[in-house]
Design a protein. Structure first.
Lengths: 253, 316
């Protein structure tokens, strides 16, 4: 009995010591801290897009790069070609894990803050997004479909192809306004704050941001998905009632 | 990220199913326009509302399903106005509806088969262009001839021509339409339009009305009222199936559309009584041709971006 207790106590002490060793350097390396003005963006009936303030501080000088990513989802890209004089979809490629939203902000031109290799490694900028198609494609086709996806996402306002700005107040405090348009997809977003010094990323912090439908909009959405039979009947009854009411009003008028 | 878009913040409403926000006044206006057409021509207007909604950034799936819901309302509004004028042949409507239900069942099967064969969109668009071009062209020629004939006083025209179609069995009287024809005829028309409805996602009024006028020989006004009566059931069915199957009916969008639509429909049906049959047919022919032309331009013109993303933005 006592032997087991002793062994257990030893194991706990060892674990704590190891954890302490592991934590100590990372705590020292935490040279950037940042937070959002809110961690929940509620999409209400009057939602027209919103801004979330990101603010933080760095230990010592450096540049800050912020990467905002929406939840990954499958995107199917179609290509049209001319067949017998008319334009038809002739080819399609699915990307199983494309971010539903993507934006970057930085305190300076990202290309001058860090090297292209580091931009690639940290997936900074739409050109560095990891987009793998479901089936193997040759290089030119892959580039064409990839660009097609990016172009469409930029047009929808869901990818920002040019970085936004992170502004420093003094040389330690920084802030950035993150803009989310009205058609922003719902889900859990990640806001990654990177601190760069002498061309290297020296510290990073990731903060979650939840975007979800709330209020009447959320109720309608839930009604439509969880009770779709009654939702359908409700929609029809509403339409018939509106038509009938208009008919009655106009007969008198 | 800092660049804030210059949204018109007033009157913006977030659509929970479509996942975007739209200008409420714009949607009310669209509903009003389509409702007006609905009352004037006895067509549902699904072929108009869907492209209009897509232009505002609503995904095609939501546009088709919600458009059907709005057409229920504007048809109901317009049919009341027509009914008071005695322009609804309920017996004829019932036969058309039976055909329509059978046809849409067959149409769904055909849809699935075409989709498996690939390039459904193109097949539908080509079918559309051919159909709209033929129907619109024939109507335009006929109504122009009638207008010219009216200008010169001539002998009274026969109510309708007698053809082999009138020799079919199962004849029945349709007093409202002043017809004594085989029930197989309206049933077949309902069936054909039902197939189209399932494939193209439209009520089919703009094909149904010409078919009733020219193939059955119904008076223009009664054809319109009866078409509207029939469309209510077809679009209610579509609304229900889309709600249950795809959850693509946005009731907030539908409420905005139909508020405009029911009012527009009343004005439309009022104007319809002021115009003569051939004037109405001529106008409808022009619109049918315009829609056909627009679809063929889309088919032939080079798209601004050859690549597109499939599926709806803003969903879960």
């Amino acid at each position: 009995m006592t032997a087991t207790v002793k062994r257990r106590a030893l194991a706990v002490v060892a674990t704590l010591a190891l954890a302490g060793l592991a934590l100590a350097p990372s705590a020292r390396a935490q040279q950037v801290v940042a937070d959002l003005s809110r961690h929940l963006v509620g999409i209400t009936t009057g939602f027209v897009g919103t801004e979330v303030l990101l603010f933080g501080a760095t230990e010592g000088e450096g540049d800050v790069i912020v990467v905002v990513r929406g939840p990954d989802r499958r995107e199917t890209v179609r290509r049209k070609a001319r067949v017998g004089g008319i334009w038809v979809n002739t080819d399609e490629v699915a990307f199983p894990a494309a971010p539903s939203f993507y934006a970057v902000a930085a305190s300076g031109p990202v290309g001058e803050i860090v090297s292209p290799r580091i931009l690639w490694r940290h997936r900074i900028g739409t050109e560095n997004l990891e987009l793998r198609p479901v089936r193997p494609l040759d290089a030119s086709d892959l580039a064409a479909f990839r660009d097609g996806l990016l172009r469409n996402k930029v047009r929808q306002g869901l990818y920002h192809d040019k970085p936004g700005r992170v502004t420093f107040l003094g040389n330690r405090l920084f802030r950035a306004n993150l803009y989310f348009p009205a058609n922003v997809p719902t889900g859990t977003y990640t806001v990654e704050v990177l601190l760069a010094r002498q061309g290297q990323i020296v510290s990073a912090q990731t903060t979650p941001l939840l975007i979800s439908k709330i209020g009447i909009g959320a109720e309608v959405y839930r009604f439509a998905h969880e009770n779709s039979v009654f939702y359908g009947i409700f929609a029809i009854v509403m339409a018939l009632a509106a038509g009938w009411i208009a008919g009655v009003i106009f007969r008198k008028g | 990220m800092l660049r804030r878009r210059r949204d018109v913040k007033r009157m913006q409403v977030y659509l929970p199913i479509a996942g975007i926000s739209v200008n409420a006044l714009l949607i009310l206006g669209m509903g009003g326009l389509v409702g007006f057409m609905s009352g004037l021509f006895g067509v549902g207007g699904g072929f108009l509302i869907t492209p209009l909604l897509i232009v505002t950034g609503i995904s095609p799936a939501v546009a088709v399903a919600t458009g059907a819901n709005q057409v229920v309302a504007s048809s109901a509004s317009a049919v009341l106005a027509h009914w008071r004028r005695g322009n609804v042949d309920f017996k004829m409507g019932a036969v058309l509806l039976l055909g329509g239900l059978a046809g849409s069942g067959a149409g769904v099967a055909l849809y699935t088969w075409l989709r498996a064969a690939g390039n459904l969109d193109t097949a539908v668009a080509i079918a559309y262009v051919l159909l709209l071009g033929t129907v619109g062209g024939m109507m335009l020629v006929e109504s122009a001839r009638t207008m010219l004939r009216r200008a010169r006083p001539t002998a009274r025209r026969k109510l309708h021509q007698h053809t082999w179609l009138h020799g079919l069995p199962l004849k029945a009287r349709f007093p409202r339409s002043r017809l004594y024809i085989s029930v197989l005829l309206p049933f077949a028309i309902g069936l054909g339009v039902g197939v189209l409805t399932a494939i193209m996602g439209v009520g089919g009024g703009f094909i149904m009305v010409p078919a009733m006028i020219y193939l059955l020989g119904m008076p223009t006004g009664v054809a319109m009222g009866t078409s509207l009566f029939q469309i209510i059931f077809v679009t209610a069915n579509v609304t229900f199936l889309q709600s249950v199957g795809n959850q693509t009916v946005d009731v907030v969008l539908a409420a905005l559309l139909l508020a405009g639509g029911v009012v527009g429909a009343q004005f439309g049906s009022r104007l319809a009584w002021r115009l003569r049959g051939e004037q109405l047919r001529g106008l409808l022919a022009l619109i049918v041709l315009a829609v056909g032309l627009e679809i063929s331009v889309d088919l032939v013109a080079k798209p601004s971006d050859l690549f597109s993303i499939a599926g709806a933005p803003g969903g879960e």
